[in-house]
Design a protein around this ligand. Structure first.
Ligand SMILES: Cc1cc2nc3c(=O)[nH]c(=O)nc-3n(C[C@H](O)[C@H](O)[C@H](O)COP(=O)(O)O)c2cc1C
Length: 208
């Protein structure tokens, strides 16, 4: 397979104006409008104490000057690795628009109040699933899985506002490095890197 790139003219470093967030917001919006189905889906990379990396996709539920938020079961495999290292990386693979963004930095649990605020917006079925599943633990069979959901559903049937499980919550990824990438002709791609320093962001072009 060999796909040629070249949808975009070169990024101007000056367009970033010393901050990653405005361009990220524009690209996220454009990815959605130009056919990426879940443009807020990001591949989350973590590594535990042994330094071995692992990845999986999660949904970005917020992006502002503080960073990116996502939600998960904190006792999961990724949660254990985040607790061990305190760092993460994410990639937004917007392939149909020939773009990707990588963000790396510290990754810390959100305050319980912030996690709860998002928990309350989740559909009831998702809340039941969070109670039913000890994410990343083995399951004996499909029947066991169905039964875990059914038991949780029955237990919560009379509960108006389902409480947030202790093992569930959000994380804030605080960017220290952000890279914007666009496909270029002849694989001579466009890359711009933003690095956080004491005085703010430094923006520079990278070789493809
Ligand atoms: C498009 C997409 C979005 C997902 N969003 C989330 C999410 O927001 N939170 C989450 O915990 N898992 C999400 N998942 C499932 C994760 O990829 C993963 O299977 C799960 O979190 C367990 O990962 P772990 O065992 O490495 O902790 C999503 C999967 C896909 C394909």
């Amino acid at each position: 397979m060999r796909v040629g790139y070249g949808l975009h003219s070169r990024l101007d470093v000056a367009d970033l104006d010393g901050d990653w967030l405005p361009l990220f917001t524009v690209w996220l919006d454009e990815a959605g409008r130009r056919g990426v189905r879940e443009p807020n889906a990001m591949v989350l990379g973590t590594a535990g104490a042994d330094g071995r990396p692992s990845t999986r996709t999660v949904l970005c539920k917020g992006a502002d000057a503080r960073g990116l938020t996502f939600f998960t079961t904190t006792s999961s495999r990724k949660g254990a690795q985040l607790a061990a290292s305190g760092h993460a990386s994410v990639t937004f693979p917007w392939l149909v628009v020939e773009r990707q963004v990588h963000i790396e930095g510290r990754c810390d649990p959100l305050d319980r109040a912030d996690s709860l605020a998002y928990w309350r917006t989740r559909p009831r079925g998702s809340q039941v699933a969070a109670w039913a599943s000890e994410q990343s633990q083995p399951a004996e069979s499909v029947e066991e899985l169905e039964s875990l959901f059914a038991v949780a559903e029955e237990r919560l049937a009379g509960v108006d506002e389902i409480p947030m499980p202790d093992r569930w919550g959000g994380y804030l990824l605080t960017p220290e490095r952000v890279e914007f990438w666009q496909g270029g002709r002849d694989r001579f791609h466009d890359r711009v890197e933003c690095l956080r320093g004491d005085g703010g962001w430094t923006v520079r072009r990278l070789q493809p």
